[in-house]
Write a protein that binds this ligand. Structure first.
Ligand SMILES: Nc1ncnc2c1ncn2[C@@H]1O[C@H](COP(=O)(O)OP(=O)(O)O)[C@@H](O)[C@H]1O
Ligand SMILES: O=P(O)(O)OC[C@H]1O[C@](O)(COP(=O)(O)O)[C@@H](O)[C@@H]1O
Length: 319
């Protein structure tokens, strides 16, 4: 029997609760004990740990956020913080830790593994910025949220004959803009992986305007450009009034969609089974349409690739 600690870390993502439920139930089914580590690595350093029973994860599969709470914990990046965390794990007799988060949280898990703790990472981030897995838990729910926002904004843009810049999250990864741009029918997307061209956006708006188009939706990945300056530039060069909406944290909250609930349940359950068999540092990923077990260190080294094919398709259909 193992005592399995579970913690959620970094930015929360829809589906984290579904994964926690799956891990706790599978662990108990297999005869282990599950312990919740609250508030991410901070809770590990500060000893915020409680046993999770079967009913502690009832009625959460559909909830956004994480019942365990999350944090960004600079203390854990220092040796002193990690020493405290190791003592806490030892005190509770926790021999395995499952970390739900993104690449930063996985680096934290790797540091724990370096001290002899068996760890397993489950990819949870709306950004879909981990190279070793095709998708991360929360990504498709966030794409749906953005797609719905595009639809609403297009209604009012068409009525007023306006352009609209919608800033989306993603940091260094353009997947949220790419997938939501395709599913929402955006005219242009600005992503870190592709060269920016104001002229291309302007020409597209002018072509659309000439054939009677009344809306122009531009998705901008956060941090690339000041959306208000960009709106001014577009307005000056096209004479199309251009507004800005920054979607922000709306994208990160909310009930997980069906695919995120299924992927979370799948990766959570398989994660427990993988930890039973394997030692060291592991990661679950969703590759080629199925749950697979990876070596965590190798998984972190896989460079994230951007789909040129999807990007070209978006460019062609939004001519
Ligand atoms: N190199 C590292 N060593 C130890 N812990 C780390 C390291 N990098 C990140 N972490 C821990 O993981 C937390 C979450 O990382 P962050 O990059 O903010 O989020 P995400 O996991 O979503 O990418 C950090 O606040 C820190 O506690
Ligand atoms: O909550 P914070 O600290 O403002 O973080 C915002 C960032 O978190 C994200 O929503 C998710 O990123 P991570 O999953 O890597 O934490 C990013 O898209 C965004 O830039």
């Amino acid at each position: 029997m193992s005592r399995i600690g579970i913690l959620t870390s970094g930015g929360d993502s829809p589906g984290m609760n579904a994964a926690i439920r799956s891990i706790v139930r599978t662990a108990i089914y297999c005869g282990h004990e599950a312990l919740g580590i609250y508030s991410g690595y901070q809770g590990l350093v500060d000893d915020e740990i409680r046993v999770l029973g079967l009913s502690s994860v009832a009625d959460i599969i559909h909830r956004g956020g994480t019942i365990l709470g999350t944090s960004r914990c600079p203390a854990f990046e220092k040796e002193e913080g990690r020493k405290k965390a190791l003592k806490v794990l030892d005190y509770h007799g926790i021999d395995k830790v499952i970390v739900l988060g993104g690449d930063g949280s996985f680096k934290g898990a790797l540091a724990l593994a370096g001290e002899g703790v068996d760890v397993l990472g489950i990819p949870c981030t709306i950004d879909n910025d981990l190279g070793y897995t095709d998708y991360t838990i929360g990504f498709f729910t966030a794409v749906e949220t953005i797609t719905e926002a595009i639809g609403r904004i297009r209604d009012t843009s068409s009525s007023h004959e306006r352009g609209h810049i919608i800033e989306v999250m993603g940091r260094t990864c353009g997947d949220l803009a790419l997938y939501a741009g395709i599913s929402g029918g955006a005219e242009s997307i600005l992503v870190p992986e592709e060269e920016f061209s104001l002229d291309r956006i302007v020409q597209k708006i002018l072509r659309g305007k000439n054939r009677g188009k009344r809306h122009h939706i531009i998705l901008l990945t956060e941090g690339l450009k000041d959306p208000y300056k960009l709106a001014n530039e577009i307005q000056n060069q096209t004479d199309v009034e251009t507004k800005v909406t920054i979607l922000g944290y709306v994208q990160r909250g909310g009930s997980p969609n069906i695919s995120d609930r299924i992927m979370a349940t799948n990766l959570g359950a398989q994660g427990v089974l993988a930890l039973e068999k394997g030692r060291g540092a592991l990661a679950m990923g969703f590759k080629n349409n199925r749950a697979q077990v990876f070596n965590l260190e190798e998984a972190l080294e896989v460079k994230k690739t951007f789909s040129k094919t999807l990007y070209q398709e978006l460019e062609m259909v939004s001519i």
